[in-house]
Design a protein around this ligand. Sequence first.
Ligand SMILES: NC(=O)c1ccc[n+]([C@@H]2O[C@H](COP(=O)([O-])OP(=O)(O)OC[C@H]3O[C@@H](n4cnc5c(N)ncnc54)[C@H](OP(=O)(O)O)[C@@H]3O)[C@@H](O)[C@H]2O)c1
Length: 246
Amino acid sequence: MTDLDGRVALVTGGTRGIGLATVRALAEAGATVVLTGRDEAKAKEAAASVSGSGSVSGLALDVTDAKAVSTVVRGVAKEHGRLDIVVANAGIMEDALLGMIREELVDTTLSTNVAGTIHTVQAAARAMMRKRSGAIVLLASIVGEYGSAGQTVYSASKAAVANIALSAAKELGRSGIRVNAVAPGVIETALTAGLSAEAVAENVGKTPLGRLGTPEDVAKAIRFLVSDEASFITGQILGIDGGLTL
Ligand SMILES: NC(=O)c1ccc[n+]([C@@H]2O[C@H](COP(=O)([O-])OP(=O)(O)OC[C@H]3O[C@@H](n4cnc5c(N)ncnc54)[C@H](OP(=O)(O)O)[C@@H]3O)[C@@H](O)[C@H]2O)c1
């Protein structure tokens, strides 16, 4: 079992799905975890839902607000005396064929998935720099590498996220901060709940492991990447897709 005893972690978008599963996985390994979501009551409720959750708390944070991200990250590091792990998980996905893309969709997707990730990495790096150690994981996606019909905006945002991991890993390595990304395939969460039965069957059919992914599949990989087991791993984009992209 991975040992994260004494580590302090922040997971953005931890109110459900992959984020909440990651909070559980990190807390099970002994970390003190702060999760965030846009609504304070929902964030606190999610934190309370983690069993034996004495070490899990919830805060309100919209990652599109750079100042708020900086304040929250600084506050967590100050309150707990350190910040070892940051998972920049908050993200949105809305499908639109090229001819149907509204300017507002471009703005909200890029400000949440791309700018939100940059704000989080920037604030995490500042907080981790003092101790010259830390691990950051970003949420990319297989569509960021391979593209996806009807998902130009979302796919572009996830390609950017993968590149943020590479650039930040190069820049922060000398400060003892590792930055990696995971690239999940189709994972069963609220984000993919709208997929038609045909689309699910098609994806499962193309997946060598013969099923969709679970939030726990992704959470376990994130827990590995932030642990000392991955101490010489940085700048990697780890596919978690059951072989769908093979
Ligand atoms: N599910 C998949 O198949 C899949 C595949 C590849 C990558 N991913 C990526 O994995 C991450 C998590 O996805 P998921 O499937 O778990 O999605 P989800 O169930 O919809 O959860 C998304 C989380 O992000 C938070 N969030 C959204 N906008 C935010 C904002 N502006 N500020 C702060 N928090 C915000 C939500 O919190 P509130 O609504 O409470 O604010 C929620 O906790 C996303 O980055 C997604 O792109 C998912």
